[in-house]
Design a protein around this ligand. Structure first.
Ligand code: ASP
Length: 332
């Protein structure tokens, strides 16, 4: 089987510089020696995106560059598997974004990277890349997944949970798709969604993520939302509660929605299911037209808002799609 690798940057291929780690390792040479003697030797092609980036510099346009590369290779080699090498910092945003844009692709896509560069003794780079290759060529998965630290997770259910541990990602609201071992343990099935036909390319939309904290005032929230963005992901407490007794605070959200800004309420809890009507403190938002992010991760919710805006959806139409699974990103 042919595997195409899209290399986007990240620690995996970084080297020291006077100002810290930057892309610069011979990733293709390293891959050739890693795969020598395996069934994949000489069956791998690599695109290195230009420029290679630290994933903290990624934008929705970077997501689209990956989509474009994968689509062009899907046309050339339909029997392929895809691996994306990516920095860990925003890997979960990218894997969620790819999952929405590629629901029509039959080729599995596995995203991975590493906590330590490939040239460092004790690096997790080789284990993660070979694990991702094994998952991608297994014939057992479709869609977009993320392999890291011995686990294969759904790409749109994952979140970076550690800046140093080799098990750097979790999927708090969904079981892993597979766990490595001898043999690997696989989940019974990979969840899917409604899919999306002829997805328009990602554009860079004005979406803000706002974290609430005890003591926030209506004036501060209003200032954070001025000028009004196209959408807000409001990270609230617990099941989606906000300080509803703070004078004027829910009115700020109501005015934003009335002016056409989509408001998605997410939770600050690692494990969560947003239920806006559960407490009075969340109900006011639901009545004003805000929509809960259910059990989506922040990364999945943010990338989904960018995706829906890129498809031309706004206001209530966008809000309705937040509650529907496009690619298995929430529990129906
Ligand atoms: N800053 C790096 C990046 O996200 C971190 C990593 O790859 O682990 O590109």
């Amino acid at each position: 089987m042919h595997v195409h690798i899209t290399y986007t940057g990240g620690t995996i291929g970084m080297v020291d510089s006077p100002h810290g780690l930057v892309p610069g390792a011979d990733l293709e040479g390293w891959l050739t020696s890693l795969l020598e003697g395996t069934p994949l030797a000489r069956s791998v092609s690599v695109t290195s995106l230009d420029p290679l980036i630290d994933s903290s510099n990624a934008t929705p346009l970077s997501w689209q560059a990956i989509v474009d590369d994968l689509r062009s290779h899907a046309d050339q080699t339909p029997e392929a598997a895809f691996v994306v090498l990516h920095g860990t910092d925003t890997m979960a945003y990218t894997s969620a974004a790819l999952s929405y844009a590629l629901t029509d692709l039959s080729t599995p896509v596995v995203v991975t990277g590493s906590q330590l560069p490939l040239g460092v003794l004790g690096s997790d780079a080789a284990a993660n890349v070979t694990g991702a290759l094994k998952a991608a060529t297994s014939g057992r998965i479709g869609g977009v997944s993320l392999f890291f630290g011995h686990r294969l997770l759904a790409g749109n259910r994952a979140t970076k949970s550690s800046s140093w541990a080799f098990t750097g990602f979790e999927s708090p609201n969904a079981a892993p798709l597979a766990t490595t071992g001898a043999p690997w343990q696989w989940a019974a099935q990979t969840p899917t969604g409604t899919g999306w036909k002829d997805a328009a390319p990602y554009a860079r939309h004005d979406v803000v993520v706002v974290d609430l904290a005890p003591g926030i005032t209506a004036t501060r929230l209003e200032a954070l939302l001025t000028p009004l963005p196209e959408a807000v992901v409001l990270r609230a407490f617990g099941v989606g509660n906000v300080p509803s007794q703070e004078p004027g605070l829910t009115a700020v959200v109501e005015r934003a929605i009335a002016a056409g800004t989509a408001v998605v309420v997410a939770s600050q809890c690692h494990e969560s299911e947003v239920l806006l009507g559960h407490y009075e403190a969340g109900d006011a938002l639901a009545r004003s037209g805000a929509v809960g992010s259910r059990d989506m991760t922040l990364e999945a919710a943010y990338a989904k808002v960018q995706f829906l805006l890129s498809q031309g959806l706004r206001g209530p139409e966008l809000a309705a799609w937040m509650g529907r699974s496009i690619a298995g990103e929430l529990t129906q």
